[in-house]
Design a protein around this ligand. Structure first.
Ligand code: SF4
Ligand code: SF4
Length: 300
């Protein structure tokens, strides 16, 4: 039997860490959204969890010093010239924070890159201010303007996270790595953390959970499930809407009575109708079903 393990590296790109290859690839359209597609690398698929990229040693329970606060000389440095991926849950939280629609968020604050994990689905990156600062659009004079709803990459920094998932066993473990950017003076502060404490401090649990669900779906995408449609075909566009345009996905769910097609309890239907987070979880399961991958949804 074919056995494999997928390791997804949730990587942050801060400051001058120019690890993204921004070569222009092509231009495609999604419903109401038009962006340039770029080639980049973010997440690495590996056969075993020992195959972490060279120089990356996972943190265990050891303590590390770190403190980011307005008193550090580098304050807000990392919010400029920042190449950052946005995951579906990031988009959901940010559009809620900004009180705009998901489509408006995508049009105003996102750009697409191709090949970040594989060639079969674009990734979404934060659209930076188009001047020499390349600042995050949410950066204000005194700091982050969306702090309570900042993306997972901003919460995770200075750590990076890898998830070692075995779909066959249904198990997953995560690993954390320390970044080493010389401009970040937070490492020289006296506050002490462990990974566990950092996750709690940054309220990362919900982000990690949702990012892991997203990674499962993206793994399905990586198998080119589009039945020869090619880049930007109708199925791929529908999948993009489900992942990144939750408001239009909600309209789609209502229009096609999607919830009524599956054995979903009345309580769960209510939760999905009331909560974008529950709707996004449904979207992920529905996409797996729609694309022929194992899904928790049961057809009526
Ligand atoms: S979202 Fe906030 S913390 Fe993250 S880069 Fe932008 S301004 Fe900085
Ligand atoms: S301490 Fe590090 S994370 Fe905080 S503002 Fe400075 S560069 Fe950014």
């Amino acid at each position: 039997m074919f056995r494999y393990t997928v390791v997804a590296i949730f990587k942050v790109f801060h400051g001058k860490a120019r690890e993204v290859d921004d070569s222009l690839d092509e231009f495609v359209g999604f419903p109401g959204i038009h962006y340039n597609l770029f080639i980049s690398t973010k997440r690495t698929l590996m056969k075993t969890k020992k195959d972490f990229p060279e120089g990356m040693v996972p943190l265990g329970k050891e303590k590390f010093p770190f403190h980011c606060h307005p008193g550090v000389a580098c304050y807000m440095t990392c919010c400029k010239n920042v190449d950052m991926f946005l995951y579906p849950y990031d988009v959901l939280c940010l559009k809620k924070s900004l009180q705009i629609s998901s489509q408006q968020f995508m049009e105003q604050y996102a750009r697409l890159v191709k090949g970040a994990t594989h060639s079969y689905f674009p990734s979404v990156m934060l659209r930076l201010i188009d001047d020499e600062t390349r600042a995050c659009p949410f950066l204000q004079e005194d700091g982050c303007g969306v702090y309570p709803d900042r993306p997972s990459a901003c919460r995770m920094y200075p750590l990076e996270r890898a998830v070692d998932r075995s779909p066959e066993k249904g198990t997953a473990s995560d690993f954390y790595f320390m970044t080493d950017h010389s401009y970040c003076l937070g490492h020289q502060e006296e506050k002490i953390f462990t990974v566990k404490k950092w996750i709690r401090d940054q309220r990362l649990d919900d982000y990690n959970l949702m990012d892991d669900l997203w990674a499962e779906v993206d793994t399905v995408f990586s198998g080119n499930p589009w039945a020869g449609e090619g880049s930007g075909g109708p199925k791929q566009q529908m999948a993009f809407t489900a992942c990144y345009d939750i408001d239009n996905f909600r309209l789609m769910v209502v229009k096609h009575s999607l919830l009524d097609r599956f054995a979903i309890s009345r309580d769960q239907k209510r939760r999905i109708k009331e909560s974008d987070i529950e709707l996004l979880k449904f979207a992920f399961e529905w996409l797996k079903y729609f694309l022929g991958a194992p899904s928790s949804l049961i057809v009526k």
